[in-house]
Design a protein around this ligand. Structure first.
Ligand code: CU
Length: 121
């Protein structure tokens, strides 16, 4: 009786596993497709508000970056060299001194902050 029961359990588990695997395999591609579509849809709006600059200093510990930037239309600021906060210090790992970059700067509560940055290729 016990043997019958456990073999039934194994059978049930095997069926569950076989059922679960294809569903898991489908999840990443489904997600990627969704993410790609989202990025493509958002790209034109983001392009418009991105500004260009050149990295002068990266302060990972201080979560700051110094940029020589062109005019920032969204902030009504002329070109200059200045230091920005960054929303996520991980962004600083993507750029280095001397890189030409595109970035999005915002001014929440009077603190100039970079919300997005990417090296120009
Ligand atoms: Cu400035």
């Amino acid at each position: 009786m016990n043997t019958f029961k456990s073999s039934l359990m194994v059978g049930a588990l095997g069926a569950l596993t076989a059922f679960a695997l294809p569903a898991q395999a489908q999840t990443p591609s489904g997600h990627d497709h969704h993410a790609a579509a989202t990025v493509a849809n958002a790209a034109p709006a983001k392009e418009a508000e991105m500004s260009e600059g050149e990295v002068r200093k990266v302060d990972q510990a201080g979560r700051k970056i110094t940029l020589k930037h062109g005019p920032l239309k969204n902030l009504d600021m002329p070109g200059m060299t200045m230091t920005f906060q960054v929303t996520d210090p991980a962004m600083l790992g993507k750029v280095k001194v001397g890189d030409k970059v595109r970035f999005v700067a915002a001014n929440p509560g009077g603190k100039l902050t970079i919300t997005e940055i990417q090296p120009l290729k």
